[in-house]
Design a protein around this ligand. Structure first.
Ligand code: ZN
Length: 391
């Protein structure tokens, strides 16, 4: 299977300094994948990205915002556009570093759309909170949206964006809210307890695209079994009805129990199962055309490298057996980067990823109520019955 991994060490320059989004997580993920042989499998191309151009970025972001991103590093007192805040500090070469992340996701998207590869991935991407004229949630340019906008300009009619980051994929949703060609689905911790405070089930898209935004807000504390029950109760039915030509997966790893910024309780195994479920849907519905990105993930050494190595393995061929040991070479690097911290010995958290399928009926369980609310909000737009478990 031909696949593309877009990568350059220059992507590590998206570095916000003393900040949770530390590029060491991406460095350790690529190192783990490399040491397990994932990047040297047959049919895998590793390609250097180029910077996205202002015109490409400008399909999503306002020209004055792009100019502000370029100008801010030269002005220590810069204010506005969400920049120079605690979440979005200004850093050297901010425009270039952000445009490179977008360029990497763009290259991945084009390779899949053109058919030159079946799947492609940019684990440094997935900056889903960036708004047309505002940095937000550690994100400067919205690379998934820039890639989707590019595919639309090439004639794409039905792109599905599935966001499994623990935070709502608000930027991508807002950018395409009124465009029926783009279905955005986000599973995330409830906006009641987590940034960015949006992603309620009642957000279903703009007046010209009702049903094109799907939100599954999950109660804090949701574990693998609940997450997977919610995914399977909503996502396959809507996707089958929509009929995507290509699926974009934002695979943020911050839904993990060890993540310091959020409150879901997934394991690496649960995250792996979620990504594999998206992969299976891409095989079923669009010939395997899948573009994957990273996203959030702040358990920098213990979680993100394993979860994204599973993602890279899925994109480049067969999934890795969770029982696989982490290689000694990688353990040495992990210890060097995080002296004295526990490092994972295996590619699993030993979690059971079985789950009970959703069933209709009166329930006091907050998770099942959330599932039903989403089904009631969007299923009718697709001719599906919210109360019928077969839908
Ligand atoms: Zn996140």
């Amino acid at each position: 299977m031909n696949s593309l991994v877009v990568w350059s060490d220059r992507l590590l320059s998206y570095d916000l300094g003393d900040h949770p989004l530390n590029p060491v997580r991406v460095e350790l993920a690529m190192a783990l994948a490399r040491d397990l042989g994932v990047l040297s499998r047959p049919g895998v191309t590793v390609q250097e990205p180029a910077l996205a151009t202002d015109a490409e970025i400008g399909r999503v972001h306002r020209a004055d915002y792009i100019e502000a991103v370029k100008a801010a590093p030269d002005d220590p007192f810069f204010r506005g556009y969400g920049l120079n805040t605690a979440d979005n500090p200004v850093f050297d070469d901010m425009h270039e570093a952000s445009a490179l992340v977008s360029g990497a996701t763009l290259a991945a998207a084009r390779a899949v759309w053109s058919g030159s590869v079946r799947r492609a991935v940019n684990i440094s991407g997935g900056l889903h909170h960036a708004m047309p004229a505002r940095a937000a949630g550690f994100c400067v340019y919205n690379d998934p949206a820039i890639a989707i906008a590019d595919l639309l300009s090439q004639g794409a009619k039905r792109i599905a964006y599935i966001d499994i980051d623990v935070h709502h994929g608000d930027g991508v949703q807002e950018i395409f809210a009124n465009d029926p060609r783009v279905l955005t689905i986000s599973l995330h911790e409830s906006p009641i307890s987590l940034f960015p405070g949006t992603g309620f089930s009642t957000e279903v898209g703009g007046p010209d695209a009702l049903g094109s935004a799907v939100n599954v807000p999950l109660p804090a504390g949701t574990r693998d079994s609940g997450w997977l029950r919610a995914f399977h109760a909503v996502v396959p039915s809507v996707l089958r009805a929509f009929g995507p030509e290509l699926i974009v997966l934002q695979a943020g790893a911050d839904s993990h129990a060890r993540d310091p910024l959020a409150n879901l309780r997934l394991s690496v195994d649960g995250q792996r199962a979620g990504a594999l479920a998206v992969s299976a849907l891409s095989e079923e519905l669009c010939g395997g055309k899948l573009l994957a990105t990273g996203g959030g993930g702040y358990a920098l050494m213990y979680v993100v490298p394993r979860t994204w190595t599973h993602l890279l393995a899925m994109v480049t061929g067969d999934p890795i057996d969770p029982a696989t040991l982490t290689p000694p070479s990688w353990r040495a690097l992990a210890q060097k980067r995080f002296p004295g911290e526990d490092f994972p010995l295996r590619m699993t958290d030993d979690a059971d990823v079985s789950f009970q399928p959703w069933q209709p009926g009166v329930t006091q369980d907050p998770l099942d109520r959330a599932i039903l609310a989403t089904r009631q909000a969007v299923f009718p737009y697709y001719g599906l019955d919210p109360m019928d478990a077969r839908d």
